[in-house]
Design a protein around this ligand. Structure first.
Ligand code: LLP
Length: 407
């Protein structure tokens, strides 16, 4: 979203017009931003065989997945259902990495049958994999490196109290199971957390994987995960992608010499690809002055964007309808019967009833974490591609709320 002379645009289209045309609440995504981000990654990792696997959990609309497919990248999925959506968008099984967490082994078998790359995150899953497939199917192992990193505790996944991965301290047990069944381990994986700023953290974790890799003879790739931090507000520290790409590429090139063959570099960005590409457009339904605060009530809430409540996440807000007005301080709150503050104590150009507000960075973990709490419909989604805005998902209706209910 660009601001030019007080007017917000996406690919030259007026955001206010988009809101008028499609109604609010509305998720709007800019395909060109996604493509730019993919290009940034590609130019940062040089001299290695880079395989980008979009972490589909961030945003699973099939049209978004299709943009990814057209750019020639793959996907990382956490469920077979996500994979089925990806296949709907044109991905083949060879493009898909299945990285489940604590799923029933039946789902892993389904993923193997569908031909995905498999990434296992527990010793029992590895044991069952060995029992079922022996050496006949390859799999990767998700390592928990015991490193604390990430934007907040809830999105930190590589520390010693995290449920994710197999602890690096359990390497002897991993090797025992692998040797017992002669399992073909084709990759090692790590995802330390979301919103990891520090390139040194990625390097430290890469080093742990390299040391571990020496125990496995038939690796094809090292998967460094996702978690690259983008800006949520002006001045935010972000992951320096050029520095990260250079550092990881060099480290992997060097390690490949020791290992004896060039290993592919896999990465799994979610937020980096889609966070900034999306805005949630909402309408101000009430301007509510109290003796202490001025609230802007909007026709949305934690049911559409749970990140502020769940992680205390900061999302910028713009008044698309009145950008040039003098600012006042507001709390932007939702219509849900909870204290669903979307933005606290923000200076915004004066907000009037009916104004359209844009909530930024709504592309990642916005719609994909939306719910029907308070029997509210999930909003529509619009994709702006090649200078045109088009509906890619209808707003839900009462039938959606009743579907599956047995009267
Ligand atoms: N790979 C794996 C194995 C993951 O578990 C995740 C995210 C990613 C990649 C992508 O991480 P990203 O690049 O998007 O940071 N709902 C939270 C984020 C949870 C991330 C879960 N795993 C949020 O809204 O902040």
């Amino acid at each position: 979203m660009l601001l030019e002379n007080g007017r917000y645009t996406i690919q030259g289209l007026s955001v206010e017009e988009i809101a008028k045309q499609f109604g609010t609440p509305l998720y709007v995504y800019d395909a060109s931003k996604i493509i730019t981000q993919i290009k940034t990654l590609r130019s940062a990792f040089t001299g290695v065989d880079l395989r980008i696997k979009y972490a589909a959990k961030a945003l699973t609309n099939v049209n978004i997945l299709r943009v990814m497919k057209q750019q020639g990248i793959g996907v990382d999925v956490v469920s077979v259902n996500e994979a089925r959506l990806a296949m709907h968008a044109g991905f083949t099984s060879a493009d898909i990495m299945f990285t489940p967490s604590c799923v029933d082994f039946e789902e892993i078998k389904e993923a193997v049958d569908l031909g995905f790359a498999i990434n296992l995150d527990s010793l029992p899953a590895l044991e069952k994999f060995g029992q079922t497939y022996g050496h006949s199917k390859p799999c990767a192992i998700r390592i928990n490196p015991g490193v604390m990193a990430g934007g907040n505790y809830k999105i930190s996944t590589g520390h010693i109290h995290s449920k994710f991965g197999i602890s690096i301290q359990q390497l002897p047990q991993i090797l025992e199971v692998v040797n017992k069944y002669n399992i073909h381990i084709n990759g090692l994986h790590v995802h330390t957390g979301s919103e990891v700023v520090d390139v040194d953290v990625f390097l430290k974790v890469a080093d742990i994987l390299f040391q571990t890799a020496l125990h496995f003879k038939a690796l094809d790739f090292i998967d460094f995960g996702g978690g690259f931090k983008v800006a949520y507000k002006e001045g935010d520290k972000i992951t320096d992608i050029a520095a990260l790409g250079k550092a990881i590429s060099n480290a992997l090139q060097n390690f490949s010499k020791t290992y004896g063959k060039p290993l592919q570099a896999w990465i799994e960005p979610g937020k980096f690809l889609v966070s900034e590409a999306g805005v949630l457009l909402v309408k101000s339904t009430v301007v509510k002055e109290t003796p202490n605060l001025t609230f802007i009530g909007v026709n949305s809430g934690l049911n559409h964007l749970i990140r502020p409540m769940m992680y205390d996440a900061y999302h910028d807000v713009s008044n698309v309808s009145n950008q040039l007005a003098a600012t006042k301080q507001y709390n932007v709150v939702g219509y849900i019967c909870e204290t669903d503050t979307l933005a606290a104590e923000r200076d915004l150009p004066e907000v009037r009833e009916g104004d359209i507000l844009a909530i930024h960075n709504a592309g990642a973990y916005g719609y994909s974490m939306a719910s029907n709490y308070n029997a509210r419909f999930k909003p529509a989604e619009v994709l702006v591609e090649d200078g045109k805005a088009r509906l890619i998902r209808k707003q839900e209706s009462l039938e959606d709320l009743l579907r599956g209910q047995i009267l």
